[in-house]
Design a protein around this ligand. Structure first.
Ligand code: AMP
Ligand code: MG
Length: 540
């Protein structure tokens, strides 16, 4: 496939001035001491990469949700918004993570000089030109006490989303509404605990500030962490506008910080592309296996680290339909579950196209992208082998796996429940098929029986201990709890009334998605018939 199918550049325009008039701030929340020692490194790339226009912040911000796990990554003690004694710490967190600290007069910014960065992207297959952080501000990076958790990096970048306009907001308001912020907060932490690479969510701050979407809603800010928020689109921006010097600086910066092993290669840009192809393949295989659909796999939403980034109209597959997409604006299902691997490869071609001026050789760039398949196929195969308890792959296994997927689709079986229940059949074949599994295949009970007989023949020869071991492994990869659409919607409805109990319960349960937790059966169940379709628009 030629790399030149992508549309040419259309935008080199510099951003106009941001309308960032400061909002009234909660001055009583002035902190006593700095929470975090933050520094910026992206700024050393040069002024064409970022804007240091301050955020607007939030009036009277309230800290609503905190991830203790994410706080620990920064060496912070997480305040508990539900504890009256923690009010002073909550105010301090709300001040910093609403963007209010960065919005203050320079002398009072707690060393927090926020920036927003410029990038471009392909959206739904079309070149969209310049985009950029329209509502995200990078507060800076903080040291990571436990580098292993930061994938070997010694820092976490702290970014806030929804703190107001930037030079790249275009005609939008720079805000995020509570419902979408809550979904991003819950899902990014849940994904991490599912074992899927993802940006983390540190906390959620909200405010009564009205925000206009389809109706009037209220504003919120999510503070998120990642070793890097660089996207494919950052590279596309400098490449397609012909700024190859800047592109080289960006590649050097990325290699040095994220893929230092690529620095040793004879062609570091090519080594970078190969590394990103591999990381993306691993990521998408994990998405497929847990039934996650990102919903907006535009190149500006593809992370250079190969982590899940930008949670918009995402969804988890309930009743399995390979063509499922949660995004109502994606009329043709471009980003449906079954298309995610192909789209990831397409996006890597867009990255290859952007890096081509530095890579030099088109064939090598194409080969580096094709490594996506070399990593994706075995990762997906191994993932499915584990999900079905098959152990090391045998020749006939691909047929067995494909027939299982076809059966799930024909019966619209619940992805999570069907896989989770299957472990019983592997552990104790003599105990019969669990009712909860049968219920998922009510449309074709005989097909289920036939397939299960094939599974048992395949597992023939395993003793009870080996079967127990396989089933245990299945329970480590087939979650009991995922952030189902209807659960998120119920938590949102409460939160919009100022009550965060359901959100906190979900947050806690989703920290241990592979463990059955007594009293949480409602969170493992398929959606009720009247739950409404698990779809969302892009508006957030
Ligand atoms: P998304 O679809 O959320 O990935 O956003 C695509 C582009 O639109 C990015 O450049 C965002 O920063 C920008 N964007 C989305 N929503 C807003 C908003 N409310 N205000 C400003 N920019 C936004
Ligand atoms: Mg985005």
């Amino acid at each position: 496939m030629a790399l030149d199918f992508l549309a040419p550049t259309d935008s080199t325009a510099d951003p106009g001035p941001a309308a960032a008039d400061a909002l009234p701030h909660d001055t009583q929340a002035r902190p006593q001491a700095r929470l975090l020692a933050l520094r910026q490194t992206f700024t050393r790339l040069g002024p064409e990469f970022y804007s240091s226009h301050a955020p607007q912040g939030l009036p009277q911000p309230r800290l609503r949700l905190v991830s203790e796990d994410a706080a620990r990554l920064l060496g912070l003690r997480a305040p508990r918004p539900e504890e009256p004694l923690d009010v002073p710490s909550c105010a301090q967190w709300a001040h910093l993570f609403s963007g209010n600290a960065a919005a203050a007069e320079p002398a009072e910014r707690e060393g927090c000089e926020a920036i927003s960065t410029v990038y471009a992207g392909h959206q739904f297959g079309n070149w969209a030109g310049q985009l950029g952080d329209g509502r995200a501000h990078l507060l800076g990076e903080a040291p990571a006490p436990d580098a292993e958790q930061a994938q070997g990096h010694g820092w976490w970048e702290v970014q806030i989303k929804g703190a107001g306009r930037t030079p790249w907001s275009r005609h939008a308001d720079g805000r995020a509404v509570l419902r979408s912020s809550l979904r991003e907060f819950l899902c990014s932490e849940a994904m991490w605990h599912l074992g899927v690479p993802t940006t983390r969510a540190l906390c959620l701050v909200d405010s009564d500030l009205p925000v206009r979407r389809e109706g009037i809603e209220s504003a919120a800010v999510v503070a998120r962490l990642s070793p890097s928020f660089l996207r494919f689109g950052h590279f596309e921006h400098f490449s397609h506008s012909g700024r190859h010097d800047a592109l080289r600086r960006l590649v050097d910066y990325t290699v040095e910080r994220l893929y230092p092993q690529a620095a040793q290669a004879s062609n570091p840009a090519l080594a970078l592309l190969r590394a990103v192809s591999e990381a993306t393949a691993t990521l998408v295989a994990r998405w497929q296996c847990v039934g996650f659909v990102h919903g907006v796999m535009n190149t500006d939403n593809m992370s250079m680290l190969g982590w899940t980034i930008d949670y918009g109209p995402f969804g988890f597959v309930d009743a399995f339909d390979p063509g499922y997409t949660p995004n109502t604006t994606d009329a043709y299902g471009r980003y449906a579950w079954a298309r995610q691997p192909a789209v990831a490869r397409w996006n890597l071609l867009a990255l290859a196209q952007a890096l081509l001026p530095l890579i030099g050789d088109e064939a090598s760039a194409r080969d580096a992208v094709e490594e996506f398949a070399d990593h994706f196929m075995p990762a997906m195969r191994d993932g499915m082998q584990d999900k079905l308890g098959l152990g090391p792959a045998r020749d006939d296994d691909p047929d067995l796996v494909q027939d299982w997927l076809d059966l799930l689709a024909a019966c619209r079986a619940d992805w999570s429940i069907a896989h989770r229940q299957l472990a019983h059949c592997v552990a104790q074949p003599q105990a019969g098929v669990p009712g909860a599994l049968q219920a998922q295949f009510a449309a074709w009970p005989q097909r289920l029986q036939d397939w299960l007989e094939r599974l048992q023949r395949r597992l023939d020869g395993l003793d009870a201990a080996q079967r127990a071991e396989r089933a245990a492994r299945m329970r480590q990869v087939n979650p009991c709890y995922v952030l189902r659409h209807h659960l998120g919607q119920a938590a949102i409805a409460q939160a919009q009334a100022g009550e965060f109990g359901a959100a906190r319960r979900l947050q806690q349960v989703l920290r241990r998605p592979y463990e059955e937790q007594p009293g949480c059966e409602d969170l493992a169940a398929a959606p009720p018939a009247d739950a409404g379709p698990p779809v969302l628009s892009c508006s957030s």
